[in-house]
Design a protein around this ligand. Structure first.
Ligand SMILES: Nc1nc2c(c(=O)[nH]1)N[C@H]1C(S)=C(S)[C@@H](COP(=O)(O)OP(=O)(O)OC[C@H]3O[C@@H](n4cnc5c(=O)[nH]c(N)nc54)[C@H](O)[C@@H]3O)O[C@H]1N2
Ligand SMILES: Nc1nc2c(c(=O)[nH]1)N[C@H]1C(S)=C(S)[C@@H](COP(=O)(O)OP(=O)(O)OC[C@H]3O[C@@H](n4cnc5c(=O)[nH]c(N)nc54)[C@H](O)[C@@H]3O)O[C@H]1N2
Ligand code: SF4
Ligand SMILES: [Mo]
Length: 859
């Protein structure tokens, strides 16, 4: 029997327990309190991502393999030289919520306590900064009061700016399970577009972008009007109630774009239900008024005393596996460590004494967007990026790439040999990845779990903490003689102990004597603990603050408002999920969700490409015409990169506008202009070799048989076969082709010793063919002429685009089942297996049933 190691999923902040083995076996851990055995599509496919394809296995200096000694010697030397010449604020670290707590702790300690600058910021700035700021303003600390069980115990769950079904799927499944046993549990989803989450909600409020403050201010006014506030709680524990209500009354609920009936229904449901959890995510945080949105939500919970009780309170869902851990160790440029404050001299003194460090930064460092601005201005002389891909994920990404290129010395620690950021580095440092490294992560409910290694260390890779500590020693600093993550964790817990004299929320004493090797998933301050039901806030007087929040003036965009976010089966810049064929099968190219009326306005039909443009940049995306989109608004996923689909990298179109309080970018609102992209030809190719075409539009995806690519060109090539050979990489293979000169279409297949190694189709219109059928033939002895038809032979069934990745069930298979009488998600599952493993596709099955029940569209 395979020996299974107990570890934690490296993707989202749900923090599911995983049982894993080197042969790629992946199971949900039935004993982990986050998931009780469940896994979503990304978690289930982890086994497909742990091979060494594309990995960075040796240090690289100036694009050539180098020894660790040379590479780390250079990092230490360049950082020390910059500090000596230009001062400690001339260097910076840009780190990540995907580092483990131990990695994060060491990086923070080096920058703040030894280099003496607070120029360490993290991609959590793009993710959780507004929640952190909102929590601190209201509670006096960055405390998440609730637990996951509250979602199961609630009678009303309000999901604000959260596509939980795709982004925190296991939490969503827990809610759906709870709803089965308690049909009274209602879900209200607040999102300016209809999503998979809306599909399972009792009510979807199609709010105006950034209309959330008007909505929650309206709710607060309604609470006050109805006398639904909790006077006892307010008198004992709250400052600012009157002011907050008075300011809330100034908001105009019509700014939400919701009807009076919708507003009334929401307000009555919220005030009339004691057990309400308001869960929020990036639709709230990633906004120029993100922190205010957070406080507008918290105000309603504070005014009613609905906080920190079973089934009742606000819950910010964290994105990355260790977004919480990073906040705990102080990974942000405006935090110290262990929830202590950088601008508090006593706090600084305590940390410096504990670290016994030569210095401690006494001022805030540069926040992400400012940090890269400083790089562009030439003020940063040495930059170290760890476990994040800012050249793709920051707004105005092309300018960020230029800013990175402008820094005299750049080190990048990653697990992959080529990323858009790594391509700009002077030194590349190979880190051990998930399954190879050991450490801890904290999930959205303050639960610390172990990630454990179950794979051998590949090549020369080293854990991130070890790389940072080695550089620190080379820079001449003592205090970095760690030999294991267990030692670092123990030091972090001991610092927590020292910090407790300031009576902060982050009480880690349950971990004081733990056996690190066998550490069970444990919440701080203890399992099941909630905060604030009986006050006990962390402002000086122990009270919470309700802030007066004004709704922003919503600007009118010239043509379309661009919203961005996530796909079910991809993780951020796809460096890992992009390796899994079954994940690539779901939405294999960058797309633009657009409402049918808008599509008609710009003369775009399904399958067309859309050119997107604004003052920042431009892009080309596939039109996904759907009534789920709201007229005037379009949505695009954030995942595609210069490597996978250069014209689909959406952050080239997002302006670097930030929330003035938190510094978090407004990644969900851009003003864009749209027009149909007039391609001279469209194409599709599949190959056994990795493709990197140079066409103006291309989107590459991994398949079970190799790679596929969607293409479009601006000019017709002189010779189709040459183009096909270049695109597919089939230089010497035998070609077979059919050309229809009148229709302008061509299809070419390539065989080598009887094996089909590549196919290429092109024509004047978007290519309609059975892609999964074609892709399945690559690498087989298929008839090279038969494949040119691009469809299964008559009588053979084409399963269509994959919906269920676990069992590879296509859309056509599901539609056939619907026609055969399946009317429920369960019935579809029984007939086709779809949705019966990880369950991530269930909302899409529901949507498909929903669509199938509608009369066919006009065509
Ligand atoms: N599959 C998958 N899961 C992931 C990730 C991933 O890459 N892929 N990443 C993880 C990370 S790091 C994060 S941070 C989370 C993010 O998780 P989510 O925040 O749930 O995901 P997003 O798709 O970024 O955005 C959520 C929704 O906000 C809506 N929205 C946009 N503007 C507004 C607005 O003004 N008001 C309201 N109310 N809503 C608005 C969008 O339409 C979108 O549907 O997901 C985590 N989980
Ligand atoms: N337009 C738009 N932009 C967004 C968002 C949005 O909604 N819209 N969301 C924002 C949010 S919430 C987030 S969190 C960011 C995410 O954006 P990023 O953090 O830039 O995206 P990732 O692809 O997760 O980058 C992680 C990198 O770390 C590498 N890596 C993986 N494991 C390890 C390891 O163990 N060690 C090291 N050293 N490297 C490792 C991966 O190969 C990858 O290159 O994007 C933000 N950008
Ligand atoms: S919900 Fe999915 S991605 Fe998130 S931790 Fe669980 S298995 Fe991983
Ligand atoms: Mo995130």
């Amino acid at each position: 029997m395979t020996e299974l190691t107990r570890t934690t999923c490296p993707y989202c902040g749900v923090g599911c327990g995983v049982l894993a083995a080197p042969d790629g076996t992946i199971q949900g851990d039935p004993d982990h309190p986050a998931n009780f055995g469940r896994l979503c599509s990304k978690g289930s496919a982890l086994g497909e991502t742990i091979d060494l394809e594309g990995r960075l296995l040796t240090p690289m200096v100036d694009n050539a393999p180098a020894s660790w000694d040379t590479a780390l010697g250079q990092v230490a030397e360049k950082f020390s030289a910059a500090i000596d010449t230009y001062g400690s604020d001339s260097v910076a670290f840009y780190v990540s919520g995907q580092l483990l707590t131990e990695d994060y702790y060491v990086a923070n300690k080096l920058m703040k306590g030894y280099i003496g600058s607070a120029n360490i910021d993290t991609n959590s700035r793009l993710c959780m900064a507004s929640s952190v700021a909102g929590h601190k303003r209201a509670f006096g600390s960055d405390t998440v009061p609730q637990t996951y069980e509250d979602l199961e115990e609630a009678d009303l769950i309000v999901l604000v700016g959260s596509n939980l079904a795709w982004c925190h799927p296991v939490l969503f499944q827990r809610i759906i399970e709870a709803k089965k046993t308690r049909p009274n549990l209602r879900i209200i989803n607040i999102d300016p577009r209809r999503t998979a989450t809306s599909e399972f909600s009792d009510m979807h409020l199609n709010i105006a972008p950034d209309g959330d403050i008007a909505l929650f201010n309206g709710l607060l006014a309604h609470i006050a009007d109805q006398g639904a506030q909790n006077n006892v709680y307010i008198n004992a524990y709250i400052n600012g109630y009157e002011d907050a209500v008075a300011t809330a009354r100034l908001s105009n609920p019509a700014d939400t774009d919701l009807s009076p009936a919708e507003l009334e229904a929401f307000y009555t449901a919220w005030t009339g239900t004691e057990k309400v959890v308001t869960l929020y995510s990036q639709g709230v945080n990633q906004s120029s008024c993100g922190s205010d949105k957070v406080n507008a939500i918290l105000n309603c919970h504070l005014a009613t005393g609905r906080i920190g009780k079973p089934g009742c309170g606000p819950l910010s869902a964290t994105g990355q596996p260790n977004a919480m851990g990073g906040r705990e160790v102080g990974g942000l440029a405006n935090m110290l460590a262990n929830h202590l404050d950088l601008d508090n001299a006593a706090h600084r003194d305590a940390v410096q004494t504990f670290w016994n460090s030569p210095t401690i930064s006494d001022h805030q460092g540069l926040k992400a967007v400012d940090l890269f601005d400083a790089c562009a201005r030439g003020e940063i002389k040495a930059l170290w990026v760890m476990s994040t891909n800012p050249a793709v994920s920051l707004p105005d990404a092309n300018r960020v790439a230029e800013a990175i290129a402008n820094v005299p010395f750049v080190a990048v620690s990653d697990i992959m040999a080529r990323t858009d950021t790594g391509d700009l580095a002077d030194v590349l440092l190979p880190a051990t990845g998930w399954g190879e490294k050991d450490g801890t992560v904290t999930n959205s409910e303050r639960r610390i779990s172990r990630q454990r290694a179950f794979l051998p260390t590949p090549g020369q890779c080293r854990p991130d903490w070890d790389i940072v500590a080695d550089v620190a020693r080379r820079m001449g600093f003592s205090g970095f003689d760690y030999t294991s993550p267990a030692e670092i964790f123990a030091e972090y817990i001991a610092l927590g102990d020292a910090a407790q004299r300031f009576h902060r929320d982050l009480d880690l004493s349950v971990f004081a004597d733990v056996d690190y090797a066998n550490l069970l998933p444990t919440q701080w301050p203890r399992n099941g603990a909630r905060f604030f039901a009986e006050g006990g806030f962390y402002h000086a007087d122990g009270k919470a603050k309700m802030l007066p929040i004004s709704a922003p003036k919503l600007s009118q965009n010239p043509q379309f408002s661009l919203n961005t976010g996530r796909n079910r089966d991809q993780w951020h810049t796809m460096t890992r999920t992009g390796k899994a064929p079954r994940l690539g099968a779901h939405l294999a190219e960058p797309y633009l969700e657009i409402h049918p009326s808008d599509a008609a306005q710009i003369d775009v039909v399904e399958g067309d490409l859309v050119a997107v443009e604004n003052t920042c940049g431009d892009g080309i995306l596939r039109a996904l015409i759907t009534p789920r989109a709201t007229p005037g608004q379009v949505f695009a996923p954030m995942h595609w990169t210069r490597q996978k689909a250069p014209s689909g990298m959406i952050n080239s179109l997002i302006r670097p506008e930030v929330d003035p309080v938190s510094g978090q970018p407004a990644s969900k609102t851009g003003a864009v202009e749209l027009r149909k992209f007039a391609a001279a030809w469209y194409g599709f190719a599949a190959s056994t070799t990795e493709m990197q075409p140079s066409e103006i539009y291309s989107a590459v995806a991994r398949t079970r048989t190799g790679w596929q690519v969607e293409l479009a060109g601006r000019c017709l090539p002189l010779n189709w076969e040459d183009t096909a050979r270049r695109v597919t990489g089939c230089a010497d293979a035998t070609a077979a082709s059919v050309t229809d000169a009148q229709a302008g279409t061509t299809a070419i297949s390539f065989t080598q010793s009887g094996t089909l190694v590549g196919v290429f189709y092109a024509g004047p219109a978007p290519i309609a063919l059975a892609r999964s059928h074609v892709v399945a033939l690559i690498g087989t002895q298929a008839d090279p002429l038969r494949v040119l038809a691009g469809r299964p032979a008559a009588g053979q069934f084409d399963p269509g685009a994959t919906v269920c990745g676990c069992f590879d069930v296509g859309r056509n298979t599901l539609l056939a089942a619907v026609q055969g009488g399946a009317t429920t998600v369960a019935a579809l599952g029984a007939q086709t297996c779809a949705g019966t493993n990880c369950g991530s596709c269930k909302p899409e099955l529901a949507a498909l049933l929903h669509e199938a029940a509608l009369p066919m569209a006009a065509e």
